[in-house]
Each structure stands twice: as structure tokens, then as C-alpha cells.
Design a protein around this ligand. Sequence first.
Ligand code: ZN
Ligand code: ZN
Length: 435
Amino acid sequence: MCSSFRTLAVVPALLAVCLIVSSVQPQAAVRNKQDRAVTDITGGKRVRILLKSGCSSISAFVNGTAGIVCDGVAVANGVFAGDIRANGSSGGIEAIIQGKRYHGTSALVVIATSGDPVACFQISSKRYRGSLVLQSRRGGFDVINDLDIDDWLKGVLPAEIGASSPVEALKAQAVAARSEAVHKLARPPHAAEGYDFCTGVHCQAYKGMTDEGTISNAAVDGTRGIVLTVNGQVIDAVYHNVCGGATSSADDVWDGPPEPGIVPVFDSRSARGAPNLASDEAMARFINDASMDIFCNSSQPGYPNYAKKYFRWQKTLSAAELERVCGVGRVRDVVVTERRASGRVRKLRIEGERGSRTVEKELPIRNMFNLWSGLFVVRVLRSGNTVQSATFTGAGNGHGAGLCQMGARTMGFMGYSFTDILGHYYRGTRLERVY
Ligand SMILES: [Zn+2]
Ligand SMILES: [Zn+2]
């Protein structure tokens, strides 16, 4: 049982709905889970975002200008003002909308206009632009939001960098998020499950239109279709929360080859050259150096309170905690055995009374010790041949590759343009408009 849906009360835009519904072609609509739900009605790209999975029923409300498409066939359009009640079974999806019964074997789509005023849906107190897709899956259905990529970005910016960020930082975030999405749409991470992206940071955080802001929406509209490219290819413009002073390359933190445009840089206007923080000593000096004017330093003006704990942090694990998380009995040593030039720890060896193990890559290492980033030094306190405690002294939050959100905010406050910000974090890239 999923949460109830409600659409916002909107002023009907009759002309818009006629244009939109007439553009829905059966051959372009859902045929199976790999197909797009609806045609591209805006000239831009569309994304399919999973909101809920494995639903057996939903209670919804529609009040706005919309069309209804069952198994790829447009069956109704007009102004709707009433409940949607949908149930899923092995025979498909049955919905009652304004007292009328509709059935879809593979999918039932309610297309809301994305004009002004915007028709939208509501689920669990969140509103969404675009189309509501109920897609059959294992005797029930998934709830998918299918919408224009720039409408989706309007719900990504508030969730990712905050709608109150400076407009140039918001524009930079919009271009980065759009580039990452366009790049990944070539092979969507959730294609096998019938949609493109989830709503979490695994893909890009998305909250629908509830938290949209006027300035963040203007940042999306003002950069519409603009992406970062290298040699004409849209790059995977990943980004993160706080780099801690030096960004990482993609191959420092993930498997696979280096990504074009994603190289380590000092997050500073004074530091020059590429970081060389591969040794513990250089890393420790860097973390303790208060002289660098780092953009994502938590002492910068306008820094949000929630992120202040990330710039520099420390975490100590007791002997008992180490024994529990490491799984090699009582721990005898914790040693960084590979650190990249960006400072990120790539391999960490744990020696214990029941043997030793090596943990590889930034995320597994972070998860094991519950750390904010892979940019740290570790010091152990020994008693005899066992470790009494291990203290991780670190910097930043997240993988560190690409744009640093808190650094981009500071650059925005300092008067840098979005092209300056993108040029700082994505070296050797160009801006191009792809739609
Ligand atoms: Zn995902
Ligand atoms: Zn930074």
C-alpha cells in the first residue's frame, strides 16, 4: 500500500493540454519496461525517476490539466478534478479516475502539463512535475515520475546544494547535474528495473517540486540544455558536498579509467599546481595547514551550519569498536598502504590476532569506519601489541570528485561566475548546449 497521491489545484491550461495530449503517440509510449513512457513533449530530454516500488494500491487525487494513456494509447484528456484509486494485480493496473474505470496491462500513465501554471502530483506531502507512471511489476506496480530533465533538475538543486545558494553556484550545480544525467542516460543505472534514476544520492537527490526556489529554478532555466563536454562528449560531471581542500580524480575513488575533466585540484585561489598528497606526512601537513584560503573552508562567509562539521573532522574508535568492525579479532595495527596524489586513501590494511585484511576503495573504507570521506590520516594508540584506539583525522564529506558544492557556494558569494566555477572544478572542459 503506497501513500496517497494528490495533485495541486491548478488553473487549467486548456491549450497546453490539447498540445500535449495530441503529441502522445501510441508507438512512443510504454510497450514494455524498457520503453519511454511518453514522447519528448518539450524538445528536451526526459528522465524516469522511481518514487515508489512494489505498490499493490494507491489512493491519489488529480486536479489539473492532464491526459491518460493506457498501454500506449491516449484514452482521455481534459481537466481532472477528483480521486485516482489504482490497484495492481497479475492482470495489470486498474484505476478509477473521476469515477471512470481505466485499465493498463503494462502501464497506466497520467500526463500532467509542465506549463505555467504547473499541474503536478502529490505523494507523501511531496509534489512532482511531469507524468505519473504506474508501471506493472510482479503483480503490483512501480510509481515512476517521468518528466523533462530540466523540470527534474529544479527538484535536484534544492536537495543537492540548497535553493538559497548564490545564483552562480546554482547555475554551476545545474550544469554539472545535467551533464552527469545526460552522460548516464546513455546507460541508465536503473534501466534493468524500468526507470533511469532513483531519488537518492546513489543517483542524484531529488525531492520533486515542493522545495523548489525561484532563484534555483531561474538557474536551471538560465542554463537550459547547457552541458560540460570534452572532445564533443558530455562528461560524467560528478560532484560532492565538501572536498576538504583538494578534489579527487574519478579513478582515485572508483573502479574504471580516469574520467575526462575530473582531475585533482586544490580548492583554492592561491594554491597552484596539482595536489601531491600521496604520503601520510604530506596529508597530515595539509589537514593541519590553516594558511590556505580554501573555498570550502567552513569559516567562509555564508557557510551553511549543517556542513560545518565536514571541513575538518576527527573520529576515534575504541579497541572494542575496531574488533567489531574489522573482523580480525583484536586489532594490532591499522595502516594506510595506498594513498593517491589527491590524498584519498585507496587501500588500508588491518592486522589482527586472527590475521590481516586489506580494505580497498574509498567507499568500503569509509563505510567500515563510518567516516565522512577517504581523505584522512590514521593514528593508533597501542598497549603492548594491540591497538587501544585508532583516531582518524580527516577532511571533507563525500567522494571528492568534480565540483565541491560548498566551495562552489563560496565562489558564488565571492562573485565568480558559473563558468569560472565550472572551469575551476572541471579542467579542460567546454560548455555546449545540447537541446
Ligand atoms: Zn540510483
Ligand atoms: Zn572544496
